[in-house]
Ligand binder design. Structure first.
Ligand code: UD1
Length: 339
């Protein structure tokens, strides 16, 4: 049993990690300030796991408070997910993104140093690679994030590298997510964007439920089998399991390391639309639109390193991703605040 602080625990990925951590008998302290999430998500988690857990409503940049709660909880591990993540907004408000994402990480590292916590698992992103030079992407691919959100992930990885270098017993595990989608099988927790969804899956879910009229397909002239963008979609429950695998196999990591989390499979926008249509039994009207600025044609991952170091690989397929997403969407047509 490990004691885990989970930052950003009320979000899409965080809620699924709490479920997995508690199911595997770990003790969690969740920290969130609901800037981009709802307290109702945590109520739903409690319903799934049938028990309560420790929670703190706090801004991670509040160093004094964070230091104090770490001293009290004495974590063995920190899973750090909290952060701003809207690509477009990060271009408009770069300083906000750097300030929030980087200062919160520094505050956590200080609190860890103060209480002797040696392992941090960081929520990074495949976006650090930028335009793929070859596929599948592996962890030694060159970097080239194209926006402040992606750069903040890369900068934090570098900070963690230096932090881990300075202490022989410290470990920093950067998990580079590909495209997390889907929902818990109960349909009680899932992705609940506060605004118009930027990402494909939540947008398709809202078209299926009738909340949005049609899907805009951003470009059908990419060099892919059907011309639409190809991505490596990974089920959020697989992703959650990878974090707990990182906790349980941290002895395999030396100092700092980065590990891709994907499925080794690419799916196109039209394939997603068709699968979602099948699993939801709803019509999904769509229109072909121009390419979205900054998008690449194809992106998918190798999972070799995750398999070797974490003993983890993705188990769930595209049908699971669509059917679970639909279960959450149909139970919560207007998100958590609906009921
Ligand atoms: C996006 C972010 C990335 C972030 C990731 C998190 C951008 C440019 N990149 O990646 O930094 O880490 O989400 O999951 O925002 N699409 C449509 N119509 C839509 C929405 C998307 O056709 O309404 C297409 C896109 O062109 C792309 C695919 O669907 O081909 C996936 O898009 P999305 O879900 O936004 O993910 P990424 O662009 O891969």
């Amino acid at each position: 049993m490990a004691r885990i602080v989970l930052t950003g625990g009320a979000g899409f990925i965080g809620t699924h990690i709490i479920v997995e951590a508690i199911t595997q008998s770990h003790e969690v302290l969740v920290i969130d300030n609901f800037v981009n999430s709802s307290p109702k998500a945590l109520d739903a988690v409690k319903k799934i796991v049938g028990q309560d857990f420790e929670f703190l409503d706090a801004d991670l940049c509040d160093e004094g408070k964070i230091k104090h709660v770490f001293e009290k909880f004495k974590p063995d591990f920190v899973i750090h997910l909290a952060g701003l993540k809207a690509v477009g907004e990060s271009v408009e408000k770069p300083i906000l993104y750097y300030e929030q994402n980087i200062l919160s990480t520094l505050s956590i590292l200080k609190a860890m140093d103060n209480c002797g916590c040696k392992v941090i698992i960081f929520s990074s992103s495949a976006t650090v690679y930028g335009e793929p030079q070859y596929l599948p992407l592996d962890e030694s691919h060159s970097f080239g994030p194209t926006n402040p959100y992606g750069k903040s992930k890369l900068f934090i990885e570098e900070i963690l590298k230096d932090w881990a270098k300075a202490d022989a017993s410290a470990k920093a595990i950067c998990l580079r997510y590909f495209n997390p989608v889907g929902a818990h099988a109960s349909g009680l927790i899932g992705e609940d964007p506060q605004d118009i969804p930027n990402n494909l899956f939540p947008y398709v879910a809202q078209v299926a439920s009738g909340k949005r009229e049609f899907l805009s397909v951003f470009g059908n002239d990419y060099d892919t089998p059907d011309g639409t963008g190809v991505r490596d979609y990974i089920h959020v429950c697989d992703l959650a399991e990878a974090h707990i695998a990182a906790v349980e196999n941290s002895q395999n990591i030396e100092g700092w390391d980065a590990i891709n989390l994907g499925t080794e499979n690419g799916c196109s926008v039209l394939e997603i639309k068709d699968a979602y249509k099948r699993m939801s039994n709803r019509d999904i009207p769509y229109k072909i639109m121009p390419r979205r600025e900054g998008d690449v044609g194809s992106c998918w991952s190798t999972s070799a390193k995750a398999k070797t170091l974490l003993g983890w690989e993705a188990k769930r397929d595209l049908e699971d991703m669509c059917s679970s997403s639909w279960k959450f969407q149909s139970k919560h047509p207007n998100g958590y605040d609906d009921n």
